[in-house]
Design a protein around this ligand. Sequence first.
Ligand SMILES: *Cc1c(COP(=O)(O)O)cnc(C)c1O
Length: 425
Amino acid sequence: MQTAPPFSTSRTDIAGQSVSDLAAQFGTPLYVYDIDPIEQRIRDLSMFDVIRFAQKACGNLAILDRVRKRGVVVDAVSAGEIRRAIAAGYSAQPGSHDIVYTADIFDAESLDLVIEHGLMVNCGSPDMISQLGERRPGSDVTLRINPGFGHGHSQKTNTGGQQSKHGIWHTQIDDCLLRADQSGITITGLHMHIGSGTDLQHLGEVCGAMEKAAIQVGRTIKTISAGGGLPIPYKDGETYVDLAKYFELWDGVRNRLSEQFGHPIELEIEPGRFLTAESGSLIAEVRSVKKVGDNLFTLVDAGFNDLARPVMYGAHHPISVAAAAGAVDASQRESIEMVIGGPLCESGDIFTQREGGFVDSRLLPIVRVGDFIVIENAGAYGFVMASNYNSKTRAAEVLIEDGQAKLIRKRETFEDLVRGEVIPD
Ligand SMILES: *Cc1c(COP(=O)(O)O)cnc(C)c1O
C-alpha cells in the first residue's frame, strides 16, 4: 500500500506554470489540469483489458480526447454524455464498445441516441431490458448488479445495498433473464459499481457476488466490469489502494469464470476519480481577510458554485497558498489557522468544512488580498458539478501539457448566463 507524499501548504506553480502567471493570463477562479497524473493513472491500470473512463468525473472534450488517444474508452450516463463522447472523437458505430450507455433509466432522448448509433447498453433496471428490446430486439446488453451491499465515502456516494437506486437487485437476475428472452436480448456481461472509496476486504465480497451472479446468468457472459470507486488520497497519511491486489482479486474471478464457461472473459475497470482527481486544481484569488470572533476568514473568488464537494459531502481537499506576483514566497511565511470561504450568499460556502456543515479551519501560510489559494485534487467531480448559482459564470479550464498551458474551456460570459431566458410581453 503506497502512502501519498505529504501535501505542501505552499506552492509557486502547477506543473511548472507559475500560479500568478496562470491567474494573470486566464483569470480566476480557474481550473487547471496537468496531463501527467492522468497519463500515470492510465499506466497504473494497464493490466486491465479495458479502462472505461466514467466521464461524469471530468467531461471536458479536451480531457476526453486526451484519454481517448491513450486507449481509454468511456461510459455515458445521459444523452449529453453520449453526444460529448462522440464530439470528443469516440466511435459510435454499431458493434463498437467505445461508448457504453450505463444508467438506471432511458429517457426518450438517450434511448433514441442509443438506437441511432447502435450503442452498447449497461442496464441498471429491469425495465431498460424490455424498453431496449422493443426498439432493438436481438441486442446484447450488460447488467449492472446491486449485490445487496455497498460501500461509499458518504451516504451520498454509496451505490449498493437497499438504500441505493442503482443497479438490478441481485435476486432479480432470473426476472432479467426472462425479460431478455422475451425481447430476444442476450446478457453478455455484468457490472458492479458499488461505491466510491473501496477497501480490499470488502472487495473480496464484491468479487464473490460477481462470480455468483455470472454463474447464474451463464455462458453468454463475455465481460465483467469492476466498476469504479478507486479512491485517491485527499489527506496526509491516506493511501492508494493496492492495485496489484485489487487486480489479483478480479483476475481470479475472471479466470474462474473463463474456465467454467470455456471462453475468455474480458475484464474492465471503470474509474472516474482515480484518473483525473489528482490532475486538477482550482485557483482562486484572495479577496478579503477578516477576523470574525475567534476565526480568521480568508474569502476567495471561488465558491461552491465552482467546487461543490465540500458543501455537498463535507469533502476535504488539500489546499495550498501561492503568492501574488512579487510578494514574499508562501513557503517563507508563518502559518496560521484560517477558515476559507467563497463569495456566495450562503453560509455553507466554505471550503474548509466537515460533513454535516461544521466549519473547520486549516493551518496555512498567512495570506493577503491578491495572493492565491490552490484547492488541489479537484479534477474529479469539480468543474462538472459547477453551477450558475448567484448568477456566477462558470470558470475557465486550462490543460497543461508539453510545458504549455492551453485553454480548454472559455470562462462563461453574461450572455452565456441568460441564453435561453425569455421575458414574455
Ligand atoms: C460514477 C461512476 C463511476 C466512477 O466512480 P469513481 O468513484 O469516480 O471511480 C463508475 N461507474 C459508474 C457506473 C458510475 O456511476
